[in-house]
Ligand binder design. Structure first.
Ligand code: AMP
Length: 207
């Protein structure tokens, strides 16, 4: 009896968990949208950027390492990021699903995430990419930098470097997830409510 119960739980998890990846360049609205979607779909929101910033605030060794990359607008090395992400997933065993915000950002991270979830009989349900033109994003980020205090939002050359990193390392993930039939593009221009509506409709249409 114990055994069949376990089987049911794992099947239930496999078929009914929603695990979403939110893609988008810096400033595309990933964090804002993730906080709405996590409420609506009862998901645990994991933002690797927020995790790094918390580590920086608490002056941990991981934070100090991450800061040296983040200050330049460069990506933090893969293995450090993957380990941090996996530890965060493991801390939420009761989760009904996850929304990954800012992870994966490289093919190595995407491969590691697939393998890690598979071990737990979980998988990515869909990846949603918020699309917006660079110039709109630069304006949004410089505006955000005035109140957020984020140094990586206050300097246009650092912002442009983050876009370069995205084009070079993250954009290829479009193909990675398209091959798995899991890539969805969403217009990221409009009011916050309009974009939440687009994302919600898309998620509801997933089978
Ligand atoms: P974000 O808050 O998502 O814009 O991330 C801010 C910064 O944190 C990025 O510019 C990177 O330096 C670092 N970072 C966040 N997520 C990742 C990731 N998945 N891989 C590598 N670096 C990351």
């Amino acid at each position: 009896m114990e055994k069949s119960h376990l089987k049911w739980v794992s099947l239930d998890k496999y078929f009914f968990m929603i695990n979403l990846v939110l893609f988008g360049k810096p400033g595309a609205g990933k964090g804002t949208q993730a906080s709405f979607l996590k409420e609506q779909f009862n998901l645990v929101h994991i933002s690797t950027g927020d995790l790094f910033r918390n580590n920086i605030k608490n002056e941990t060794p991981l934070g100090m390492l991450a800061k040296s990359y983040m200050d330049q607008g460069d990506l933090v090395p893969d293995q450090v990021t993957i380990d941090m992400l996996e530890a965060e997933v493991d801390q939420n065993p009761q989760a009904k699903g996850f929304i990954f915000d800012g992870f994966p950002r490289t093919e190595a991270q995407a491969g590691a995430l697939d393998a890690f979830l598979k071990e737990k009989q979980m998988e990515i349900s869909a990846t949603l990419a918020l699309e917006a033109a660079d110039d709109v994003l630069v304006e949004r980020l410089l505006e955000r930098g005035k109140s957020s205090g984020r140094t990586d939002d206050q300097d246009e050359s650092k912002i442009r470097n983050r876009f370069e990193e995205y084009n070079l390392k993250t954009a290829p993930l479009r193909d990675y997830y398209t091959k798995q039939n899991k890539f969805h593009s969403v217009n990221g221009i409009g009011s916050i409510e309009e974009i939440t509506h687009r994302l919600t409709q898309l998620i509801n249409s997933l089978n």
